[in-house]
Design a protein. Structure first.
Length: 169
């Protein structure tokens, strides 16, 4: 399967999509799952509460945001893959984090949640017929394909892991 072109997602997501390596997207999702779990497992529980600036998210909250976002993106992909054309509203990432309890949940449990969510995401994408990948829907006021969403999931996760590496560790 080819990488999505710019017409398959909002311009905002281009920075995420362009960084996704070449290859089979479900294999890339699986590889990223393994490397992410390995990387995050090397962070101590104490360090996972670190914020590099006041009013910035902790590492646990960044992981929570990755989880929240993947859940939303995968739901969009599910709906659009099934031909559902009803526009979907956006989500307020700050509202989600502010109303979560990520800092009271151990990093290990968050890693487990990410693991199971990603396995579910991979199973969803692997179950799709070829034509479903090009199904399009509207989310947050922008058209996006199922294929675009798969690449956004990978790119979004990679973006936030890079921030953890550069600013938190």
């Amino acid at each position: 399967m080819n990488r999505p072109d710019k017409s398959e997602y909002a311009e905002y997501y281009h920075k995420y999509v362009q960084g996704v390596p070449e290859g089979n997207i479900t294999d890339i999702l699986e590889d990223q799952l393994n490397s992410t779990v390995e990387f995050l497992s090397g962070i101590s529980e104490d360090k996972s509460l670190f914020r590099y600036e006041q009013n910035k998210w902790s590492i646990r909250e960044v992981l929570g945001h990755i989880i929240d976002s993947e859940r939303v993106f995968a739901y969009r992909a599910f709906r659009f893959s099934r031909g559902d054309q009803k526009p979907l509203q956006g989500f307020d990432e700050s509202l989600y984090i502010n109303n979560s309890s990520y800092n009271t949940i151990s990093l290990q449990l968050l890693i487990e949640e990410f693991f199971h969510l990603r396995k579910s995401t991979i199973a969803l994408f692997r179950s799709m017929q070829n034509e479903m990948w090009l199904n399009k829907g509207n989310a947050s006021g922008y058209d996006v394909t199922v294929r675009g969403l798969a690449y956004i999931i990978v790119g979004h996760t990679e973006h936030h892991l890079r921030i953890i590496k550069e600013r938190y560790l």
